[in-house]
Design a protein around this ligand. Sequence first.
Ligand code: UDP
Length: 237
Amino acid sequence: MSDGRYRRVLLKISGEALMGDRDYGLDPQVVDRVADEVRAVIAMGVEVCLVIGGGNIFRGISAAATGMERATADYMGMLATVMNSLAVQNALEKVGVQTRVQSAIPMASVCEPYIRRRAVRHMEKGRVVIFAAGTGNPFFTTDTAAALRASEMGCDALLKGTKVDGVYSADPKKHQDATRYDRLSYLQVLSQDLQVMDASAISLARENRIPILVFSIHTDGAFAEVMAGRGKFTIIT
Ligand code: UDP
């Protein structure tokens, strides 16, 4: 069971983390693994909500670089996050976890619209709420959406599930001498331009005093371990 350290948390997973070894789209095995990670934490009695990115399908800034209008490209990116959210919802329901998808862009025949108080109620009932379509606004990212929803939901922590087990001074896959941090301040992340989340997400978390925990979503059981205060992660406060 949860030791009470965390009552309610938001987990942000990038679209790329769901891609596995593929170049594009979703790897169903990875999606199923993520669902298992979330199920384990729900079983601990922690309330969980999710924000899923869309970079495995469509990234607005990349499309804008090839000539598409940025705002249009960003709306397409937000739609990509809805597809990923439905895939994660499907995987969670397969393992018996009740879920609701709430989209920042209303699409009534696909999922619920984002309604803050309703989302809170779902979580109180033990359902996992998946926040889709980012913030609903172009020129933002799902990192910012994660910090925004974590603030609105009154989460005790914002978790970022990545490919590595914390924040490093440089990409550890490219630089063998990169050092790993156990603890950082928001200002260190911003001033050293460490690649954790974008600056607006970090600032929002800082303003609302929500700790950010960075861990590897690809390590079995890591989400539950982090929730129990064990395992490897970097905490930003
Ligand atoms: N996006 C947006 N507003 C938001 C969130 C996302 O316009 O509030 C768009 C943006 O084009 C972005 C795409 O959705 O490139 C996918 O989101 P993101 O790049 O954050 O996904 P991730 O990198 O986490 O997979």
